[in-house]
Design a protein around this ligand. Structure first.
Ligand SMILES: Cc1ncc(COP(=O)(O)O)c(C=O)c1O
Length: 596
């Protein structure tokens, strides 16, 4: 008999790819929207299904100074993994392993009079003072000290504090209607939190860290930011507000659920597909079987039944296209109708959900079809689906960064010059042409199809150098050069992603007819960079990124070509002002481009 122990057991023809760079981007995006608050990355439920420890490390690497989890086991796992930032845990009963939590220096939420006594007992038993955050039920009606219990708990906190059993670090609560921006309940909850703060302050316990906002409020409601925001879903690139698209909030999806087709076969017309034959092939066609089912978290609600198509799935490869789940979702499999004459073979890759910027459906699309929220889609991806983590910032583990500081305040959301239109701003100094190019490459990471970048600056200021960086970051074909002798040049994307349209508006009266230049690409599917575009390019899009490059002591010779950028590339410092105009750029993460 074969030695079964030598057979690899981790083979699984599907996986959830976890893009830790996107997670880092999302951390910075939320931080830019809440610049005066510290950021607690909420990594409960295995980082919403994305993998607890790698996600926590990436979030801290990107600037999160706190971690938050529901279950105490998750808090201990973070400590076991060597994470040293403050960790708050908030869901436990009287039998929780308090000694271990105190020994691991985990902050404990106190959400009831009983919890306070349990924590204090453990502290007195072990001689370790407990760091606690008083959870107040300000209106969610879930856990937290009720208004009827508050006065007694505040007095008890004061007494236990005097005894040295507990240290009140924070006071906190959770919103009921954050996903409905402007809902009147939010103001009432803020007032209730303020009231709790006032009561604590009156007994000599002013809480250092007040916190209320999850993703939705962190991104949209500065009233709720207090000292700390606690985003979860936004860090994973999905929308916290069903009425808004994640991309419009500047978020990038972190999880891509992909699989290899395990069977591809031709079938006759009128073939019934999957349990109950809810789909019958309209003609002879080719079926593909995907090795993921409801045991893996594919909701049975995204079945294609009763004449409705099921969830969207992207077929990749030479003939990349969209298809849908057909028939019932089974425990381990779903079936796709790849269409007559399909040339896919077993082993070819399909993407169930990922990044719409790559043409893939999003987890939010799946959620809409399943009648749920993106949170549930990613969190329920089953444990047998391998998580494959990619990239991400180097993990850094600050020990003393729990409180917001002035230095932590990004300028991405700085007060705009022109509040009517400006939605983001970043001022930078670029010491070398390499830095100018690197800025372009990093900027490419934020750019999406349809984006317009308007470049302004004197000859030799670095416009073409910056565009070269954008081209490198977008991974487009052809050398990006000064567009002086052409009005516009299209650089097609080498991989998935938008083409780059590089335009010189220097000799143009109007850009109205840019589409008429026969560019062989659609501006909606491309990133368009217009040099000398100020005053002209605005007709192309209400939303745009304006970049002014200024070279105060530059050595332009005035010969009339911007390829001076190349000629004396290393000479002189540049100032770059990036100004986002329109909703597209609100919270888009410009701050993440800050150099050094
Ligand atoms: C107490 C608490 N704070 C913050 C969060 C993060 O919320 P979101 O994922 O909406 O950002 C959650 C998640 O449900 C939570 O329970």
């Amino acid at each position: 008999m074969a030695d079964v122990t030598s057979v690899p057991s981790d083979y699984f023809p599907a996986r959830a790819l976890i893009d830790l760079d996107a997670l880092a981007h999302n951390v910075r995006t939320v931080q830019a929207a809440a610049p005066s608050a510290a950021l607690m990355a909420v990594v409960k439920a295995d980082a919403y299904g994305h993998g607890l420890v790698p996600c926590a490390q990436a979030a801290v690497g990107a600037g999160a100074t706190w971690l938050g989890v529901a279950q105490v086991g998750e808090a201990l796992a973070l400590r076991d993994a060597g994470l040293t930032v403050p960790v708050l845990t908030w869901l436990y009963g009287p039998d929780a392993p308090f000694e271990a939590l105190l020994a691991a220096d985990v902050d404990l939420s106190v959400a009831s009079p009983q919890a306070l006594e349990d924590v204090a007992d453990a502290a007195l038993r072990t001689g370790r003072r407990a760091r606690v955050h008083l959870k107040v039920d300000t209106g969610l009606g879930r856990n937290g000290v009720s208004p009827l219990e508050l006065a007694a708990v505040v007095d008890r906190l004061a007494a236990l504090g005097a005894q040295g059993a507990v240290e009140l670090v924070g006071v906190w609560s959770h919103l009921a209607y954050a996903d409905v921006p402007g809902h009147p309940t939010t103001a009432l909850q803020c007032a209730a939190l303020d009231d709790a703060v006032a009561r604590l302050t009156a007994v000599g316990l002013p809480p250092a860290v007040r916190h209320l906002a999850g993703s939705a409020a962190a991104l949209t409601d500065p009233r709720t930011h207090y000292d700390l925001v606690r985003p979860g879903i936004a860090l994973y690139g999905l929308t916290p507000i069903p009425a808004l698209d994640a991309a419009d909030l500047g978020l990038r999806p972190v999880m891509t659920l992909e699989a290899e087709l395990v069977t591809v076969k031709p079938v006759e017309a009128a073939s019934g597909v999957s349990y109950g034959h809810h789909y019958v092939t309209p003609g002879a066609t080719v079926l593909g079987v995907v090795p993921l089912g409801y045991a893996d978290g594919v909701p049975r609600h995204v079945s294609g039944v009763d004449g409705r198509p099921g969830a969207p799935v992207r077929v990749t490869g030479d003939r990349a296209r969209d298809t849908v789940v057909r028939g019932r979702v089974c425990m381990d499999q779903v079936v796709l109708d790849l269409g007559p004459g399909a040339t896919e073979r077993a082993g070819d890759r399909v993407v169930l959900f990922g990044d719409p910027a790559r043409g893939e459906p999003s987890a939010d699309d799946w959620a809409a079809l399943a009648g749920t929220i993106g949170y549930e889609i990613v969190t329920r991806i089953g444990s047998r689906v391998p998580r494959v983590h990619r990239d991400g910032p180097p993990p850094v583990m600050p020990t003393d960064a729990a409180m917001p500081t002035d230095a932590a305040v990004p300028t991405d959301a700085a007060v705009p010059d022109d509040p009517a239109t400006e939605t983001a701003r970043l001022d930078l100094t670029l010491a070398t042409a390499d830095q100018t190019r690197a800025l372009g490459t990093a900027l490419a990471g934020l750019l999406r199809p349809g984006d317009l970048v308007v470049l302004t600056g004197a000859l030799g200021a670095g416009k073409t150098t910056l565009t070269q960086g954008i081209g490198a970051g977008l991974r487009v074909r052809g050398q990006v050069a000064s567009p002086t002798f052409t009005l516009a040049r299209v650089h097609p994307a080498l991989a998935q992603g938008p083409d780059l349209v590089h335009v010189d508006a220097y000799r143009l009266e109007s850009l109205d007819d840019l589409e008429a230049l026969d560019l062989d690409t659609s501006l909606e599917d491309s990133v368009t960079v217009v040099e000398w575009g100020e005053g002209l390019a605005e007709v192309l899009s209400e939303d745009r990124l304006e970049i002014v490059l200024d070279r105060p002591h530059g050595a332009g010779t005035g010969s009339g070509a911007d390829d001076l950028d190349m000629a004396d590339a290393e000479v002189g410092e540049r100032r770059a002002v990036l100004r986002g105009v329109g909703a597209r750029w609100r919270g888009a993460g410009l701050e993440s481009l800050r150099i050094g």
